[in-house]
Design a protein. Sequence first.
Length: 90
Amino acid sequence: MPWTYILFSASLNKFYIGSTSTTPDERLKKHLSKHTGFTSKADDWIIIYSESFQTINEARKRELQLKKWKSHTKIQQLIKHGFSDRSPRE
């Protein structure tokens, strides 16, 4: 089952938004392993939010939508209240 997820690093005080065709937990293991890229800047990433989808295309579309928000506050509202400006999935 595909997922869109949000990670948080306290040391960076940053969010990371991604999508995966595996589970968020499996993807987090890869983010915490030795690699290059944005998440390699910290080793304290935790999953703070995730949504499941029927297809990877839906998950990627949601990932791009969240990234376009570019709002720390709006992402925090989503995490805290499940706020969303998209139509509910059937």
